[in-house]
Write a protein that binds this ligand. Structure first.
Ligand code: GAL
Length: 702
């Protein structure tokens, strides 16, 4: 009886927590509103007399919320302990007057000059031993208690002042927290690292053993001797891989605790209709969003046209790559509560690319629809006005330098705002994903620990962890699979297919979960590098990949690499040929394991490259090679889904097709037109059946 009562109480508690945690997001972004548009505005950067004109204009463009103050600490606390919120009160009031809601931000990325000058220990020290200086952002140390104290005070005051303001819908903590690639070697960070290690390892002998410190006499006598591993401080720029992995884990924990600290302060003071988030650059050191568990949901920031990649086809450099938004949607949706938004999207040209091309006409709009297609709640455009002074002078906004005319990107937002009204009319709250798509639902298992470890120990210069993971993502999208990028905290059994690309660090508990998943009819796909080490980053005292060999029906394997100008050959039964160049696991299968592809040259000609093992209604497929063009990966996935009785699509790379709330959405990231061949009885709501580059088509099927 007592047990039943306890369970009931627990259930009620879970229900209350769930209702509470989604209520605040739903009240700002009601489900039936479908999707919201926002834009960044910096009152502190413009003459006060222009605020009203600008915010009125924003509202007239169909934008429903704005975003203030993430860089405004110096204006909010111009002198230590002297605060001025009057200007922000005024800006929030004007926004409210024109029906705009406000996301308020905590200003921690930009400490004021008095803080850095009076207390230089709040600043990070980079890997060359240089203390970073005032001016710019992300230069303060999350490990500094003093910095945290000052941050806590300003955050608390902001929360008290605006935590019940009906115009304010929610809070963004910091801005792209992550030091933009700089690592923090300050004494504060060194001390916290030692404490972190001591908590983890208990005593120094344990640490010495797990880090393998008897190698090259690295042994420590006590925790006080340990410094954060610094590649610049070694002759060959290499440091102990265990220390390196722990450093990444530590820095990600420090960041998460800094974000969680702010979230706790906010949650303690704001009303229940306001929510708390942060805006992260996807898959970027050293942030692990999984640890930021005090947030209500996560958001990401994205800039697709920055000269860094050539996209697809001749005009691809103006359009970007689909996985930049697609993968991030499918990952961020799964961090907290199945909700996400995009806090920054490019409005046009940026100023910080390696070169800064104009986006292809329509691309700005297409990116917004990509977020919509992925189930996002909103896009907040970065930024409303093009700055005339300061560090982002050549960065476009929705408004040109004259302060009043719409930029091409601004015009595209006006168009989206109008189109959303049409979509809204067609919204059907009861729509469920069509069965033909649901049967293809696939999870990609992703963990930052693998990313950190393989990016440091690439083993071949050609290895790219995200290149490998994105390859699988893109191939899954091309066969029309709805994808969730998940972490180990999720239940695998929700998905008919589970792909764990290059999942290098694991333990027997995870392997058991995979075995159970397959025994229950799931289809598991593993790729090269999976299971080579334990979570301590140690190779097994057993054959390579020992814990997964039985599961995959593999007797043994070894791996091989090629120079970048030579390609190894692979053939699949039926005569399909492929080439590999980056990484190849050469496999000796167990009896009864099917060989789906084999190597046809090198000294191991005839050995297996892809093996498949059926277990009841489920299966395990191991893909040993990482190919440049992903043709092999695509071939294997296609065969797997077909043999599992699931019909697939055949979309070229760059043609995105998604389903959301009863709408089919197609986008074209290529430089060519594409005929969607829509069924004759479908209702096209936006766009045309032939999709031009950077265009969008939205339709419903009967
Ligand atoms: C983002 C950043 C913004 C702004 C923008 C410019 O990465 O979060 O504050 O600098 O880039 O493109």
């Amino acid at each position: 009886m007592q047990y039943i009562r306890k369970s009931l109480l627990f259930l009620i508690l879970i229900l209350v927590v769930n209702v509470y945690s989604n209520a605040n997001i739903d009240s700002s972004f009601p489900k039936d509103q479908l999707f919201a548009l926002g834009s960044y505005y910096y009152p502190e950067q413009w003459d006060e007399v222009q605020w009203e004109r600008d915010l009125k204009k924003m509202s007239e463009m169909g934008i429903s919320f704005t975003h203030f103050a993430e860089f405004a600490w110096a204006m909010l606390e111009p002198e230590e302990g002297k605060f001025d919120f009057t200007w922000l009160d005024k800006a929030v009031n004007i926004a409210g007057k024109y029906g705009l809601k406000v996301i308020l931000c905590t200003p921690s990325p930009t400490p004021p000059v008095w803080l850095s000058t009076n207390y230089p220990d709040v600043l990070i020290v980079n890997e060359y031993g240089m203390r970073l200086q005032h001016g710019r952002r992300q230069h303060a140390s999350w490990s500094s208690d003093r910095y945290r104290k000052y941050v806590s005070r300003i955050v608390g005051l902001l929360a008290e002042r605006y935590g019940n303001n009906p115009t304010v819908i929610g809070w963004q903590i910091d801005n792209e927290p992550g030091h933009y690639g700089a690592l923090d070697y300050s004494e504060n960070a060194q001390n916290k690292f030692r404490i972190w290690l001591e908590n983890k390892y208990g005593n120094i002998d344990n640490l010495n053993r797990i880090w393998g410190n008897s190698f090259w006499s690295e042994n420590y006598q006590n925790f006080g001797q340990i410094r954060l591993p610094n590649q610049q401080a070694t002759p060959d720029k290499l440091v102990n891989p265990h220390a390196m992995l722990d450093m990444n884990r530590f820095m990600s924990d420090e960041l998460a605790s800094f974000i969680n600290m702010q979230a706790d302060i906010l949650h303690g003071k704001i009303n229940k209709n306001q929510w708390v988030t942060t805006n992260l650059i996807p898959v970027f050191n050293p942030a692990d969003p999984v640890k930021m568990n005090k947030l209500d949901f996560t958001t990401y920031t994205r800039y697709l046209v920055t000269g860094h990649n050539s996209g697809i086809g001749e005009q691809g450099f103006r359009i970007g790559k689909p996985e930049d938004i697609g993968f991030s949607n499918d990952q961020f949706r799964n961090f907290i509560g199945n909700e996400f938004g995009v806090m920054e999207l490019q409005p046009g040209q940026v100023n910080w690319g390696i070169f800064n091309p104009q986006p292809f006409p329509g691309a700005v709009r297409m990116w917004v629809y990509h977020v919509f297609a992925g189930g996002g709640k909103f896009v907040c455009n970065y930024r409303f006005r093009q700055p005339l002074r300061g560090s982002e002078q050549f960065h476009n906004g929705m408004i040109l330098t004259d302060g009043v005319s719409l930029s091409p990107g601004g015009k595209e937002y006006v168009q989206i705002a109008k189109e959303l009204k049409t979509l809204h009319k067609k919204y059907d709250e009861s729509a469920v994903m069509p069965q033909s798509m649901a049967v293809r639902r696939t999870a990609i298992l992703f963990d930052m620990n693998n990313y950190w470890e393989m990016e440091y120990q690439k083993v071949t210069f050609q290895w790219s962890t995200m290149g490998h993971v994105h390859k699988y993502y893109n191939k899954l999208k091309s066969i029309g699979a709805p994808v969730d990028v998940i972490c180990e905290d999720k239940d695998f059994s929700d998905y008919p297919f589970l792909v764990a690309p290059a999942y290098q660090l694991l333990d027997s508990a995870l392997v058991k979960r995979w075995e159970k998943y397959v025994a229950n009819g799931g289809h598991l796909v593993l790729s090269c590098r999976t299971g080579l080490k334990n979570r301590e980053n140690k190779l097994w005292e057993a054959p390579l990949g020992a814990p997964i060999l039985g599961l995959c029906g593999i007797q043994s394997m070894f791996f091989d690499h090629m120079p970048d100008n030579l390609w190894g050959k692979i053939t699949a039964p039926g005569g399909e040929n492929f080439e590999w160049n980056n990484w190849a696991d050469v496999i000796i299968p167990e009896d009864g394991t099917e060989v789906w592809a084999e190597y046809t040259d090198q000294f191991y000609k005839g050995n297996a490259c892809v093996v498949h093992k059926k277990i009841g209604n489920g299966s395990v497929t191991y893909i040993g090679a990482d190919t440049d063009d992903g043709k092999l990966e695509r071939y294997v996935l296609e065969r797997l889904y077909r043999e599992a009785g699931v019909k697939t699509e055949n979309l070229p790379y760059g043609i995105v097709k998604e389903w959301r709330d009863g709408f089919y959405i197609a986008l074209n990231y290529t430089s060519e037109s594409y005929d969607l061949n829509l069924p004759s009885n479908c209702e096209i709501i936006i766009g045309k059946s032939v999709l031009q580059p950077a265009e969008v088509t939205i339709w419903k099927e009967k």
